[in-house]
Ligand binder design. Structure first.
Ligand SMILES: [Zn+2]
Length: 180
């Protein structure tokens, strides 16, 4: 088991658009570590840049909520091709501890992605899975739930956000120094 450190709001890697995955050979180990980390943190989704990895990859496990069908997923190089409908749902985020916000998103998406073997799939997805996918795709494009709410709503969490940011920025600097 390999636990990774979840990076928080304020860390520059969470504002970047992630690179596409081209080498699928080394993914199994990373994916395993990401699942261990997500379970440890009690999350239902985790994007690679949330553990400091600049790759277009995320995982989801909604088996606590959806009893039917496949509920554990690995999505690589995902792209939302089309959307329809809308719904509101309260979302949390492992990179913004203690903040929960009502976010409006499309209810249904047409989603193209590659699996761990590199095979391409296109599916129409609704409900919690569509919600989670949109949250993680946002991460891979450098977008947070706080960017999806009005300025007034964002104000209500500004103080928490600021303290998370200060901490994350100093951790990111330390990590960079360490790599040298
Ligand atoms: Zn998140």
């Amino acid at each position: 088991m390999g636990l990774m450190e979840v990076v928080h709001y304020g860390d520059p890697i969470l504002r970047k658009k992630c690179k596409p995955v081209t080498d699928f050979e080394k993914l199994p180990r990373l994916i395993e570590d990401m699942f261990d980390t997500m379970y440890e943190e009690n999350g239902i989704g985790l994007a690679a840049n949330q553990v400091g990895i600049d790759l277009n990859l995320f995982i989801i496990d909604i088996s606590d909520f959806e009893k039917e069908g496949e509920s554990i997923h690995v999505f690589i190089n995902g792209e939302i091709l089309d959307t329809s409908g809308e719904s509101w749902f309260e979302e949390g985020c492992l990179s913004i501890p203690d903040v929960r916000l009502d976010v409006k998103r499309p209810e249904t998406i047409t989603f193209k992605y590659q699996d761990e073997s590199g095979d391409e799939h296109t599916e129409e997805i609704s409900g919690l899975l569509a919600r989670a996918i949109q949250h993680e795709i946002d991460h891979l494009n450098g977008v947070f739930i706080v960017d999806r709410v009005t300025a007034t709503t964002k104000m209500t969490v500004n103080k928490t956000l600021k303290s998370i940011e200060i901490d994350a920025v100093s951790k990111a600097k330390y990590r960079k120094a360490f790599v040298l």
